[in-house]
Write a protein that binds this ligand. Structure first.
Ligand code: MN
Length: 293
């Protein structure tokens, strides 16, 4: 099932024919959250129970065209966005070759570097798009497969890790290059683009056999297979769960392959992962219009 959020928090199901079924009734069935127990996305947490109801609505749900709606992030505000720093060897070599990226630091590979966190306030959907907050500094695109955690879990072994994943989506991990910590350079408003929809895990039997492609202004810049990850998705979920309690709706970015490159306001990015889908998004100038975001 392909679930999207669109047009100011409507819930939709993307159908086989490319149409969109508008199913707002489902949201009334999402268990409400009460302070102080605010951890976890309640829609993602309840998805296994909600799916029969969603399926039951599809025949009579109003249809929309995908081209007519504004796609928002399928997970509106993840509790945390966990990210893998250098999880493709060809990208590690690219970083080590390019002084504009490595900035004279020694870049450790993922077994040494581990994981890092991005602010959940950095999350936007394709319609709002990524931002360039500091126009005088190089800001890069990084396409990544993202796994969305489905249930609360801690210390899960790799062989059980994929069972904890609710689904997958396409992510852009936008990055300001420079000397600061990753968690700062990758956490500005608009630094994390999630879309176009959540494909539930039953739709992705092998997350290690997907092709990623990213075009910037029509030029294919990144093209790789998730088979080339240093630590695979199950291994990353297991690793993350040893450091953090994972909650429903937490997003895990699995690292970017080679071909990262700079963007500027107006750059048109197309991000695609086979088996999930693609979105198009336009880079905007950041900061000045963010006060009311
Ligand atoms: Mn990244």
């Amino acid at each position: 099932m392909r679930l999207c959020r669109f047009d100011d928090d409507r819930l939709g199901v993307v159908l086989e024919d490319g149409g969109l079924a508008d199913v707002p009734e489902v949201l009334a069935r999402v268990p409400p959250k009460r302070w102080p127990d605010l951890a976890g996305d309640p829609l993602i947490a309840a998805l296994p129970q909600l799916r029969p109801a969603i399926d039951g609505l599809l025949d009579r749900a109003p249809r929309r065209r995908l081209s007519e709606v504004r796609l928002e992030s399928p997970v509106p505000r993840p509790g945390k966005v966990i990210a893998a720093p250098v999880n493709y060897l060809a990208h590690l070599e690219e970083v080590r070759r390019d002084p504009q990226i490595h900035r004279s630091r020694r870049i450790a590979e993922i077994h040494e570097a581990g994981l890092f966190l991005k602010a959940s306030s950095s999350v936007v959907g394709p319609a709002r798009g990524p931002a360039v907050p500091f126009p005088d500094r190089r800001t890069d695109h990084e396409i990544e497969l993202a796994a969305v955690i489905g249930r609360r879990v801690r210390n899960v072994p790799p062989q059980h890790a994929l069972a904890c994943v609710a689904g997958y989506l396409v992510a852009l991990d936008m990055t300001v290059r420079g000397p600061e910590e990753r968690s700062l350079r990758k956490s500005f408003d608009g630094a994390t683009v999630l879309g176009p929809w959540l494909v539930t895990a039953d739709g992705i039997p092998d997350p290690g056999a997907l092709e990623l492609r990213l075009w910037c202004d029509g030029e294919l810049r990144q093209h790789a297979s998730t088979a080339d990850m240093v630590i695979d998705v199950a291994g990353l979920v297991a690793l993350a769960s040893r450091w953090y309690t994972l909650e429903p709706g937490d997003v895990l970015l699995t690292g970017t392959p080679e071909g990262v490159g700079p963007v500027r306001p107006g750059s048109r990015l197309v991000a695609e992962i086979t088996g999930i889908g693609r979105f198009e998004t336009v880079v905007r100038a950041g900061a000045e219009d963010e006060a009311d975001a």
